[in-house]
Design a protein around this ligand. Sequence first.
Ligand code: TPP
Length: 316
Amino acid sequence: MLEKKHIQSLYKTLYRIRRTEEEIARAYPTDNIKSPVHLSIGQEAVSVAVCDSLQSEDIAFGTYRGHALYLAKGGNLKEMIAELYGKESGCGRGKAGSMHLIDTNARMYGASAILATTIPLAVGYALALKMRKSPQIVVCFFGEGSTEEGAYHESVNFAVLKKLPILFVCENNEYAIYSHISARMGNTDVSARASSYGMPSAKVTDGNIFSMHEAAKKAISYVRDQKQGPYFLEVYTQRWVDHVGPDEDFHIGYRSKESVDFWKQKDSVSHLKSLLDEEVSHVIEEQVEQEIKEAFLFAEQSNFPKVEELYKHVFA
Ligand SMILES: Cc1ncc(C[n+]2csc(CCOP(=O)(O)OP(=O)(O)O)c2C)c(N)n1
């Protein structure tokens, strides 16, 4: 069991992500948010547990479902909301939207809308770190759907071959949009398949943030200290709302309300809150609510980029 102070800090990070995404969901229908949003609600504990075990100089790469990772890695909240609003003060200067979050100060080096495309970038970064003999490591987040892409297989093979300092984190929420994993993979054991490339793997299936934290610590220490190459961590989880957008999706019929309720009972936000004194959680919640209010105000009051900015900071 972690110390009280540590649990408080995990709770603050988790609560901050949950409430930020709930506010995004609330604001979405006003059309102030100019980008599609893929919410992590229900999945936040994975990013929180892993990032809590990293050092601040470690590098993260993620996907379009990236709000939780960006915030857990220390990304700037105001700039994230401004980015969703398409404003020039956003972390991508209003040109990137929710799916391409980046904050180089926090060593959150990017996310992409196209499946598996950040995996080779992350592996390339890990190669650079190794060549520079840096103590940093890379952590690369993706959904189990990305493990169906060729780029994933080429990248993990190369990372193992070159013994690169990278932790692969697969958030297995069972669905790629509305297709269940069993309709997509002959062998649904994603981490066993990853291990077959020649790296150790672990699987956390119970949805418990402390199990995730323990597994992440072990994985990170393997990558950093043993210098024997990559490690693959698969974490079972479930998103509570639609693949994209802020609403529930049970009317579509691809999954049942009961299957999501099963995961809601494991909710890490209420779990951690139940371990804290009420006054302590109350103070944390008030601080976070104030910060979120200020972030939305910052986004609303910021300007849209000028037309002259259109071709700046782009390759072509
Ligand atoms: C190369 C590619 N193919 C298809 C898509 C369309 N697409 C967007 S999200 C998605 C599902 C991905 O599922 P998963 O990787 O498990 O992540 P999750 O959305 O569950 O977080 C698909 C097929 C895409 N963005 N990129």
